[in-house]
Ligand binder design. Structure first.
Ligand SMILES: C[S@@+](CC[C@H](N)C(=O)[O-])C[C@H]1O[C@@H](n2cnc3c(N)ncnc32)[C@H](O)[C@@H]1O
Length: 234
């Protein structure tokens, strides 16, 4: 079942028709999450992930399991045609997603803005690169896929801030360029509200030739809800 969210090729697909009704009628209900997320409380990931939070994140078995589970679902949505793809893990943190993709046989390049994450475990084989994912330092057309799990909400959390809009434009334009033809990108993230999703869809439609849509799992259960953005290069 598809709900057209944005012009061009953008849509939200969710599993049950009744949930689409709720989505259209009541956006507040849809996004009514009481607990504030870290990106709402801290200016940037660099501020939030200080020594203590970084270690407790990187050492958490339950976060590791969750990141792997989300990645499994992202791979289902991505529908990669082979098992040996060249994949960028954008916002890799300590490497939970990347280690899993590596186990599956893909060739991984990991990228994060926090140096201590890249050093927490020995992930030299996963080609760690310290960089801002809005300005990725790669040649054109080198990745079959880009996977970004639980990172995009740090980059775009307020659709009224010009700087965030410019960073996001750069991110999507760069991702379009560094993907091979027919390459795909998938983001799982935690947008604060529907305005953010609308603005993201608009930015993509206006600045790139990506086709894509949002996929929302468990839309009516804020604790279990997961939002994915899948983008395909022409
Ligand atoms: C919640 S963690 C997710 C980590 C990862 N998916 C994993 O497997 O554990 C979000 C990550 O996004 C990274 N991040 C946030 N903003 C970024 C940016 N502009 N460029 C690169 N990484 C960024 C943070 O440093 C953090 O490691």
């Amino acid at each position: 079942m598809i709900y057209k969210l944005i012009k061009k090729a953008f849509s939200v697909s969710i599993s049950q028709a009744i949930e689409i009704g709720i989505l259209i009628l009541n956006d507040d209900y849809f996004f009514n999450v009481k607990r504030k997320r870290p990106e709402e409380l801290f200016g940037s990931a660099l501020e939030y992930f200080n020594n203590e939070t970084l270690s407790s994140y990187a050492e958490s078995k339950s976060i590791m399991r969750t990141q792997r589970k989300i990645t499994m679902r992202a791979l289902e949505i991505l529908e990669l045609k082979e098992n040996h793809c060249v994949i960028l893990d954008a916002g890799c943190g300590p490497g939970f997603v990347a280690m899993y993709l590596d186990e599956l046989g893909h060739k991984i390049i990991t990228l994060d803005i926090i140096a201590d994450f890249l050093k927490f475990y020995d992930i030299k084989d996963l080609n760690p690169i310290l960089a801002d994912m809005c300005y990725p330092p790669f040649q054109p057309s080198i990745f079959d896929a880009i996977i970004s799990i639980s990172a995009l909400q740090w980059i775009y959390k307020d659709s009224t801030l010009v700087k965030m809009g410019l960073d996001l434009i750069s991110l999507f334009k760069s991702f379009y360029t560094i993907l091979k033809p027919k390459g795909k990108a998938i983001f799982q993230f935690y947008p604060k509200n529907k305005a953010i999703m609308d603005a993201i869809g608009d930015i993509i439609a206006k600045n790139t030739n990506f086709h894509g849509n949002f996929v929302i799992d468990n839309p009516n259960n804020p604790k279990k809800r997961k939002i994915y953005l899948i983008l395909k290069k022409e």
